[in-house]
Design a binder for this molecule. Structure first.
Ligand SMILES: [Fe+2]
Length: 624
């Protein structure tokens, strides 16, 4: 989920990065192509050379003197590093935020090897459909290395890690046909995303944390944490890489939007290295880039605390070139999570979830939503610039995710899940988080005497539609489903990305359970029929539900396309499901056309899979 990015700005960054490379170089040279072989070079910066320079052998004396200066410089840096580490060890005390380490939010260990799952031995429930595609279902999510050391106290005040900062861990289920009678071989493995900062934290794991928590805290404590992290590691916060895993050009990338994506070899979940589009992109990268139907290009963006605050990019279909890069000239840092596309346009979200280091100097929270601020959508030609965007003011909101966008006559239609508040407590409610959680996630009662519009129901996320008229610049907007049901993490059949679609799917929040800790729990999945009215249930469109059993919760819902399917909903929903009564995790396969019926397969996993964020299905056959 969204967090902070700062540029590497001191020599310590180079020192630590240089020290890390030997531990990862062997795995990073390996291809992660899914369907075809990887012909391109690994995405690493070329070695620095000066081909036209004249080499003059130094005299022995000069050489000796140069080495001596280098040695002294290295020694000073090492000494500084040691002193800073001693300062952190002595000045800070670390403690636990219990809710981040309870139940199925508690992290798990990596499995060393893939575990083969015996489908036939478990009551015949695990029947993978014969026409299910071969591939890998992967879900990303936070899995902190130091779950008992998430709150930092010092003379500067206190700071703490949020749930959204835990190191990314990938959970993968592999589906391959074993031949013979057409049966399936299914296996599971999990692994941390091997980010540079994960290596730093691992070195410190036995005697404390490396990065001081910084995102959520008192202003002076936040500043002190930033300064220490930047001085020691060149980064204010970690590369958590925990939010999503997306596909482009047959390659897989794990990402959180405060850093570059990390390329993943899906066959063994090893991390190959950061993806900078061959050096052309050097800043944050959204967790939700969008593939363009037809061209195969990837539209993405990055928001930052420093100028340029919002940069949009288009990556070539082979993933090797950045074919468009433009600064949208935002006037301040905004934390924007998603971007939309239609056939011709990029759809820009802009709402007042503000973030920036300068805010902390003014004693303001690093990240804060302005509920009295202004929201707008921008419609930008695919290869346009800041001046070519048509902006539409809409009712203020703080939404994270879009289902889809498409053109419909003179209108651009945007469907998403609308929130009113930040998922991090802010403003006057910041001090009392339990009150915040206890009211923000619940359905609001607007007739109640103590109804507070800045608090009640502001995180009760609901499907919403914005229609932007390109001719007269008018906007029509409104909720499209029942006011009684909260849902988010929307997905569609990706073949319909950017074009008009009939169906969307979303995870339904158990609002009561979620309100206890502020950590999302989802106990149903919804299928939205966008073209089917539903007056009977006082909502604009018809919604089907796939209900889980009591104390079962899902995460990472994704739509899997049926090979040779005809209808948009020819396919399956896959999801990780955890049963809190039995402490068993499974993967469900649900037929999208028989959505409310029992899953066609329930695959029991060899270990608990903690709740997490987004999932994706990587097709290893040639159907896509
Ligand atoms: Fe997301």
């Amino acid at each position: 989920m969204p967090l902070l990015s700062l540029p590497a700005c001191c020599g310590y960054d180079a020192m630590f990065r240089a020290g890390l490379k030997p531990t990862t170089s062997s795995s990073r040279c390996r291809s992660s192509r899914l369907i075809r072989s990887h012909g391109g070079a690994p995405d690493h910066a070329p070695p620095f050379t000066q081909p036209n320079s004249v080499k003059v052998p130094p005299s022995p004396g000069l050489k000796k003197q140069a080495l001596s200066v280098q040695d002294m410089s290295r020694a000073l840096k090492s000494l500084s590093s040691d002193l800073l580490q001693r300062f952190v060890d002595r000045a800070y005390s670390f403690s636990e935020e219990p809710s981040l380490n309870e139940g199925n939010f508690r992290p798990v260990d990596e499995t060393d090897e893939a575990v083969s799952l015996s489908l036939s031995s478990l009551d015949g429930e695990e029947v993978v459909p014969a026409d299910f595609p071969e591939g890998v279902y992967i879900r990303n999510g936070p899995n902190p290395l130091n779950p008992t050391q998430t709150v930092a106290g010092s003379v500067f005040g206190s700071t703490s890690y949020t749930y959204y900062e835990g190191h990314g861990m990938l959970h993968a289920v592999y589906f391959s046909r074993s031949g013979g009678a057409g049966g399936w071989e299914v296996s599971y493995r999990n692994k941390y995303v091997g980010s540079d900062t994960l290596q730093l934290e691992r070195r410190k794991k036995d005697d404390g944390v490396a990065f001081v928590p910084s995102v959520d805290g008192q202003p002076y404590a936040t500043l002190a944490a930033f300064a220490l992290n930047i001085l020691r590691f060149g980064k204010a916060v970690k590369d958590s890489a925990n939010t999503n895993i997306f596909e482009h050009a047959g390659r897989a990338f794990a990402v959180t939007e405060n850093h570059l994506p990390y390329e993943i070899n899906i066959s063994n979940l090893s991390t190959l290295g950061p993806y900078s589009v061959n050096g052309a992109w050097n800043q944050p990268f959204t967790s939700h880039p969008k593939k363009i139907q037809g061209s195969g290009e990837l539209v993405m963006m990055g928001t930052n605390t420093e100028k340029p605050y919002y940069v949009l990019g288009v990556i070539s279909s082979d993933g090797e070139r950045l074919v468009h890069k433009v600064d949208l000239k935002f006037e301040e840092g905004k934390l924007i999570h998603d971007i939309g596309v239609t056939k011709r346009y990029n759809i820009i979200m802009d709402h007042p979830l503000k973030f920036g280091i300068s805010r902390v100097f003014l004693k303001k929270p690093l990240i804060e939503n302005d509920m009295d601020g202004k929201s707008r959508f921008g419609v930008m030609p695919r290869f346009g610039d800041a001046e070519s965007i048509i902006w539409f003011d809409v009712k203020n909101h703080c939404s994270y995710h879009l289902f889809n966008c498409f053109e419909d006559g003179n209108e651009v239609v945007i469907r998403g899940c609308r929130l009113l508040g930040s998922i991090l407590p802010s403003g006057r409610h910041r001090a009392d988080k339990s009150k915040w959680y206890g009211r923000a996630f619940l359905q609001p009662d607007k007739d109640s005497e103590d109804f507070d519009p800045s608090l009640d129901g502001i995180l009760f996320s609901r499907p919403y539609e914005w229609r932007l008229n390109l001719e007269n610049h008018s906007v029509y907007e409104g909720y499209i489903t029942s006011e009684k049901v909260a849902m988010d993490f929307p997905v569609i059949n990706d073949k319909f990305m950017g074009i008009q679609n009939k169906y969307g799917y979303a995870q339904v929040a158990d609002s009561l359970e979620t309100s206890k800790t502020g950590l999302f729990k989802f106990n149903m999945i919804a299928k939205l029929h966008f073209d089917t009215p539903d007056k009977e249930n006082e909502q604009l469109i018809f919604v089907e539900y796939h209900t889980l059993q009591e104390q079962q919760f899902c995460s990472g819902v994704q739509f899997v396309v049926k090979e040779n399917g005809i209808d948009e909903d020819d396919g399956w929903l896959v999801t990780y499901v955890h049963d809190e009564r039995t402490n068993i995790s499974q993967v469900y396969i649900i037929d999208a056309k028989r959505f409310s019926e029992e899953p066609v397969a329930k695959i029991t996993l060899p270990q608990r899979v903690p709740y997490g964020f987004h999932g994706n299905f990587f097709y290893t056959s040639n159907q896509r």
